[in-house]
Design a protein around this ligand. Sequence first.
Ligand code: HEM
Length: 548
Amino acid sequence: MRAGAVCRIISGLLTKGEGYRNVTIDFASRQVREFKAKHPLPIGVLTTTTGKSVDVRNTVSENSDVFVNDYFLDNQFHVDSERIPERVVHAQGSGAFGYFIVTHDVSQYTSADVFNRIGKKTPVFGRFSTAVSNKGTPELARDSKALSVKMYTNEGNLDFLCSSLPVYDYRDPNDFTHIVHAGRQNPKTNLFDLTTLWDFITLKPTILFPSLWRFSDYGLPYGYRKMDIFPIHAYELNNKQGERYLAKFNLRTEQGLDNLTTAEAQALSSQDPYYFTRDLYNAIANKNYPSWRLDMDIMTLEQASKVDYNPFDVNRLWKRGTYKTVVVGRYVFDRNPDNSFRDTEQSAFNPAHLVPGIPGPADLMFKSRRLSYRHAHENRLGSNSENIRINLPVYRKTYTRDGSPPVKDNMNDVPNYYPNSFSGPVPTVDNRHPSEKLIVLDKTSVDLEPMADFYNHIIENDAHRQRIADNAAASLVTVDEKIVDRALKLLDLVDTDLGKRVTQSYNEQKKRADAAAKLDARTRVQPIAQCISAVQEGFLTPPKRKNC
Ligand code: HEM
């Protein structure tokens, strides 16, 4: 049968439409077959890494002198060193190319060239990721998700690093190391340890706020395509006249918000642990391009100085009625990378990659991020991470030279010091840049009011409140009882109804878990397995929620 006919049969078998639930012959599963369809014959003669053709006898090493077999040595040496350090957070990720298009005039707020004309298109690269999990971990855990997007603008790269939750875990950068440790594997058991996580949450209660979001339906989106995403910080913007504004950017999904229940996620994870990557890849391959509307919540500096909360606090939302929202444009992702390591793994996003007209956030957390990402890239990709193709800006002339490869053209014969009298690159004068710096005062106190507001006013009904309580209680079942007491007291302080619901759910779940712990592992998972197969049936038919 001809390759084209095979392709037609396979595409006939594909499940079209939302969710791509038939994971057996979806677009991602047939990638190599598509390659073969495009290249019916081998693409060329096999060579060693230095370009010498490989004799077929060298592809088998039995009874041969392997030390003179370049082909064997190439492969063996290279595979031994083909891993680079994974990202310390957001290690599991998937990339996509696309564009940003301006749909509304926002020149009143920012002079950034990228936003300066309706209809202007800018190429972008996005990397979607899970936050806490290590590389290779199933993607369906109740863990916040993220999108980093690099816009290759005429004024340099503009990177937005965004979380699926609109509030961040802490406002003291010193907490980064400790939450990464407390929320990760225990150093002795090498297992995720909910006691250490809840210990840290109860000692540093700012983390409770995003944790409540994580326990809510927002904490487990139905794939990367179905979530809103936020850079969180209040960005300083300035227009051509040097007038300054504060903006919180929001990326709103155009696929519609949707979420999975914990039971659905468990079932899906057992069937397709990388559902998030697959769903994104398949949607793009099927030309069902995922898109997000970019809007921004805006305040003048004068308004910001009058609100009764800290607008720079990444651990809270801006209060309703204190800002206005304006639409900027759309991100559309329309191409899967041809090589995941080259593009996705080697991408280096840094929130400090900003452009004129967007001086960026002035808070302490952001200042610390300006350092942290540079250091992380140097550790992960070497001193020339900006020379890797995916990270290259449209235009660049610098005085940095040499270092670990890749060095690209290393600025050829251009003078390598500044100032010089020999026509090396010269700086410009940016009159738009405000001469005064914004100074932000930080505070360490914990404010429970935004959490109570979330629970009572953002969460729409009691059924959803109960799901938050059940998810929080489930995460407490294996936690040391003294810390459980602390957690329940804290939840009660946020809201007595929340405290009551979690306590009740915890008592019930704990009783069941204690009884189950006496059984051997296989017997213990029987009821869950039945529940999972019930939910799996649900996945094979059109979306239908099942309560387990
Ligand atoms: C003090 C605060 C923070 C520190 C020290 C920090 C540090 C880091 C580090 C070291 C990485 C790995 C970078 C790499 O290896 O390329 C990372 C990745 C990331 N961070 Fe943060 N982070 C902080 C706050 C935030 C916040 C507030 C957000 C979201 C609004 C965020 C979003 C991300 C995302 C999306 C990535 C993945 C980047 C990628 O796709 O390559 N981080 N962070």
